[in-house]
Structure formats: structure tokens, C-alpha cells
Design a protein around this ligand. Structure first.
Ligand code: ZN
Length: 297
């Protein structure tokens, strides 16, 4: 296969009820039922992907896998990738190292038990890290993460050991072999569409979101050869009819562009890592290692 000009990774964070319980910490059944809607619409999302003949990546908390084992098996059986997304959508920054390790283990156990998969990719619930998250991901053998935003469309290697304070210069840590496939809140359906007081009440129209997303895609296609366009969606959000209709139109628009390929994040991360040995990459990207910062002079 010729090297694609731009890869499109459709990603779905199948949070279901865990988002409302773990992140928003609600005890309210009506709020939790908004997550249950994600399970309800999984068949129509899988049908759309099959109709368009594209493979995608689903980040699934262990809590969701146990609640909706049929849907999670259907994801795996359709050839889509399943990535790790915590146990019950807890914020890693609120956990000590033992609790964070336990959450990773519980998520892995649930995905293995339900779908027989061992994920190689991770997206943090809410896209937050503790200071030890990237080290734990390497300890557990993950190949890539997709929670950080230091690039828009070009993968990079994550560092460990950055140090920062209000008084000292930013101290860059050491690059590791953990691949980062960049995430952006502007390419996330939740804050654009959902009514969630204290977080977002945007409720944009599908046409408005398509304008935003297609504009980002067009820039990536024109200016970031070899990059990855990572769209982050949630079944409970994108699963509403008009929004899915918009997504299908956008997929058809992107598919019509020469040199665009749809692939899982795992496939992209493996290919990018093989093409970018870390020593060479660090030499070519000194700003990522902070070797040009004033502190390093
Ligand atoms: Zn999530």
C-alpha cells in the first residue's frame, strides 16, 4: 500500500453509564440513563461503520464492558479495535499510584473477560493524567495513548518526568517510546453537542459541527502529509439520528479525497512507530525534548 496522505481514525469512547457515575459523580438515574442511551444506539453505529466499510477504535471502560457485553463483543467481532478507558471513568489525577494501577488492572480484566482482547491503546477518561500515568502505561505494555494535545495531526513520542511550578522554568522530561496520537476537544462531540451544566451547554447543530470538523480535516489534508485526523465521539452523543446522519456525510466527504485511508489507531501507531525510530525522531524534533529551552542551555 502506498503511504496514505492522511489517515482518519474514527474513535468512539463507549462510556455509557460510567461517565455519569465516575466523572460527574451523580446518583441520579435520569442522568445515568443518558449514558445507557449509548448502549441503546450501538447497533446503529456499528451498522453505519459496516455500511461505509470502515474500521474504527472504541475506548471502553471495564464498567461498560460488563454492562453491555453483547455490544462490546459485537465491536470486536466486526474487526474494530478496543482500547482501554479506565474502569468506571475515574480521573487518574485523583488517584494515587496503587489506585491507578488497580484501575488499569480492572479495566484489562473486564475487556479480556468479555471480549477476549488485550488492548494496546489507551485514552484517559476525561483526558487527564496523573504524574505517573505515562509510566504506568509503559509498565502495562501499552503501545500508544490518545489523551494529549501537543500536536494537532502528527503523532509524537510522550515524555516522562516533566517538572513544572509557578516559579521555575518548565523542565522537559525524557522522551519515551509511548506513541501519542493527538486528541483535541475541538474534535470531540461531547462539549459541542451536550447539555451538561458546569461542563458544556453548547448543543450545536449537526451542520455547525460538520463545519468545524470538516475545516480541521481540510487543513490536515492540505498541510499535514502523513498525519492522522482523530475524531473523538461518544455513542451516547453521536448516536442521535441527525448527528449520525452528519457523521455519515462527513465520512463520505473524506473517503472521496485521494490518499485518505481509514484505519484503527493501533494500525496507525504501529506504522508510525516503525517509520520513526525514537533516536532519529528525537534528533529531528529537539523542541519535544526541550533541548532548545532556556533551561537546557
Ligand atoms: Zn470517556
Amino acid at each position: 500500500m502506498a503511504e496514505p496522505r492522511l489517515s482518519v481514525c474514527l474513535t468512539f469512547d463507549f462510556d455509557a453509564m460510567s461517565l455519569w457515575i465516575g466523572s460527574f459523580k451523580t446518583r441520579s438515574l435520569p442522568a445515568i440513563s443518558r449514558g445507557e442511551f449509548g448502549g441503546h444506539v450501538m447497533p446503529r453505529i456499528l451498522e453505519l461503520l459496516a455500511r461505509q466499510d470502515v474500521t474504527a477504535t472504541f475506548f471502553v471502560p471495564g464498567h461498560t464492558a460488563l454492562a453491555f457485553p453483547g455490544a462490546v463483543r459485537a465491536i470486536a467481532n466486526a474487526g474494530h479495535e478496543i482500547g482501554h478507558h479506565g474502569w468506571v471513568h475515574e480521573d487518574p489525577a485523583e488517584l494515587d499510584v496503587d489506585a491507578e494501577r488497580e484501575v488499569l488492572e480492572k479495566g484489562l480484566d473486564a475487556l479480556e473477560r468479555v471480549a477476549g482482547v488485550v488492548p494496546r491503546g489507551y485514552r484517559s477518561p476525561g483526558c487527564t493524567f496523573s504524574e505517573q500515568t505515562s509510566d504506568l502505561l509503559r509498565e502495562f505494555g501499552f503501545l500508544y495513548d490518545s489523551s494529549c494535545s501537543a500536536s494537532d495531526f502528527m503523532p509524537y513520542y510522550l515524555r516522562t518526568g516533566d517538572r513544572f511550578s509557578l516559579t521555575e522554568p518548565y523542565a522537559f522530561g525524557e522522551p519515551t517510546d509511548l506513541v501519542e496520537l493527538p486528541f483535541s476537544w475541538s474534535l470531540d462531540d461531547f462539549p459541542l453537542f451536550e447539555f451538561c451544566p458546569g461542563f458544556s451547554t453548547a448543543q450545536a447543530t449537526p451542520a455547525r459541527v460538520r463545519e468545524l470538523w470538516q475545516g480541521e480535516f481540510d487543513f490536515a489534508y492540505d498541510h499535514v502529509a502523513g498525519g492522522v485526523f482523530d475524531l473523538c465521539m461518544h455513542p451516547q452523543v453521536i448516536g442521535r439520528g441527525p448527528r449520525l446522519h452528519m457523521l455519515e456525510g462527513l465520512i463520505e466527504y473524506m473517503k472521496a479525497k485521494p490518499g485518505v485511508t481509514f484505519e484503527t489507531m493501533l494500525a496507525h501507531a504501529e506504522r508510525w512507530k516503525a517509520a520513526n525510530p525514537i533516536d532519529r525522531w528525537v534528533a529531528q524534533n529537539p523542541e519535544r525534548a526541550g533541548t532548545r529551552s532556556v533551561d537546557a542551555l
